[in-house]
Design a protein around this ligand. Structure first.
Ligand code: FES
Length: 161
């Protein structure tokens, strides 16, 4: 059995096996999802909003709840796509705008350019650089200082617990 899921604002519909997760829907649509934690419910890179059909998804689990609590752009209809499984028809997903950066090196390569879209922190979803703003070295330093920005370290630490 398959269920239909709609994606906004790109206005696309796609189908997924019943009980399949929303992450597979996004990947099938060639959306660039970093999956920084490998689909373990521990990052913000698969964070989406459910515009409609929240009750057609599996309930939020404890790990997902804990991660959602630190995502700064979290709303009552937030879910992690890797954790939300599609049980019924009628789910409408709204993709949050922005692009995630998964290492300080990613930003370093962008210094001197304007951000084409918001650059988001992969753990908290916080906007690090707004779209249209120039990415400067001092901005990078600020990001480093304010966010202990070492995602690789974050995940190796968290898997030890
Ligand atoms: S891929 Fe990390 S929480 Fe879903």
């Amino acid at each position: 059995m398959v269920k239909t899921v709609r994606l906004e604002p790109i206005s696309q519909a796609t189908s997924v096996e019943t009980n399949g997760n929303l992450l597979s829907v996004l990947i099938n649509k060639d959306l660039d999802v970093l999956k920084e934690c490998g689909g373990r419910g521990m990052c913000a890179t698969c964070h989406i909003y459910v515009k409609d059909g929240m009750d057609a998804l599996s309930p939020v689990n404890r790990r997902e709840q804990r991660t959602l609590e630190v995502i700064t752009t979290c709303k009552p209809n937030s879910r992690l796509a890797c954790q939300a499984r599609v049980l019924k028809d009628g789910v409408v997903v709204e993709l949050p705008p922005g692009m995630y950066v998964n290492s300080i090196k990613d930003i370093e390569a962008l210094i001197g350019r304007r951000a084409e879209q918001d650059l988001l922190h992969p753990i908290t979803g916080q906007v690090l650089v707004e779209a249209g703003k120039l990415i400067t070295r001092s901005m990078m330093k600020q990001i480093e200082d304010t966010t202990s920005f070492n995602v690789g370290q974050y995940f190796s630490q968290s898997s030890e617990h």
